[in-house]
Design a protein around this ligand. Sequence first.
Ligand code: UD1
Ligand code: MG
Length: 433
Amino acid sequence: MPRAGTVVLLAAGQGTRMKSAQPKVLHEVCGKPLIGWVVEQALSLDPARILVVVGHGGAAVEAVVKAGPGAERITCVVQEPQNGTGHALQCCLPHLGDDPGLVVVLYGDMPVLAHDSLDALCEIAAELEDEGLVVLTAWPEDPRGFGRIVRDAQGDFTAIVEEKDCDAEQAAIGEVNLGVYAIPGALLKRYLPKLTNDNAQGEYYLTDVPVLAAREGKEVATVELADLDEAIGVNTIAHLAEARWALQVRILEQHMANGVRIEDPATTYIDADVTIGPGTRVLPCTVIRGGVTIGANCEVGPFTHLRKGTVLKDGAEVGNFTECKNSTVGEHTKAKHLSYLGDAELGAGVNVGAGTIFANYDGQAKHTTVVGDRAFIGSGTTIVAPNTIGAGATTGAGAVVTRGAEVGPDEVWVGVPARRLEARGARNEEDAR
Ligand code: UD1
Ligand code: MG
């Protein structure tokens, strides 16, 4: 069953502290833009629609979300000017429809928030029906910058007070608002028009919606985050690195749970959207970018860089200082030392000698090289693409196989530029003449 009817992603803020011309939510973490992580959070609640509130760099943000997962459910709503989080939701009102269901509000800059926390939020909201709403809270070591959760003597919610509006007593409160809510559409429609901008920042605060609801006797429930990493909001490049580490740990743990043997998680970088089969060993100082597929019982690393479009078939081994891009490495094929595999299709059982380069780029376009099963590429070979190396063929150490040379099956080519070495029998016939 869907957990939310509508999810609203707030992403209109400028993100000045990133010191970057790029819109904040388009900065990447583990190969995926911040907004991509948050769209994934939204989709995990299976809502009928997702509204992305955009402002600064809105067209660029829209282009990215419209090219990603769940695009058919996503509508971008332009908020111009940005008059606060409450105003952002007011801009969404015309898009909510007659029955928006439960509305979940997320921030475009909180990529680490986990599905289980959102699920807990929605579960409580479902129990309250239209009689209450739910706020996500936390007790960070340093509450600075957050709105504080104010409770009465019974411990019931009474208000969220922004730091700039806090008196000394309120500023000392340790429980903070994370800005993530589950609010029935009916309550949102009732309270959003009643917001005022009578506060220190002259903005329309979404935080006043729970306050107005509590005043009318509605229940305001809270869910407290257990893992504070989930609360990381990215406002600076340093925060981006914090979020990266938290998400990296999650990705590595998932692979290990699937039977991937990661020897040293601290020096292993694996992006989102990477598939790895069980029994594969990933050795230290390895970087695996998004869009890579690795089979079972492979060996990757140490010091290996696998880029988008790389496919390692079962049992393949790619090792020390080897980089692969948009290449297929066949079953039990080995490229263990100091090589560049760019736009290469290697069959099964191929041996790629140390220092082999697939020269795929001629300065204008990228070209493909196809290598047949069991070929033996000698150390230091350069193969200029486009090219074909037949099954069972051999190249000598240091050979430069020029563009389009087409080495036939079982042939032996050596030298610079590489020439076919005649079979011994043929050479003898020549000698005999
Ligand atoms: C907000 C909360 C605060 C909470 C904090 C958690 C309000 C009034 N305050 O404060 O209680 O502790 O988040 O991080 O809501 N945005 C828009 N349009 C706007 C303003 C903001 O889309 O007009 C978006 C931003 O891009 C951002 C999010 O809303 O993703 C939060 O905005 P921000 O200005 O960072 O709010 P805070 O002042 O941090
Ligand atoms: Mg903020």
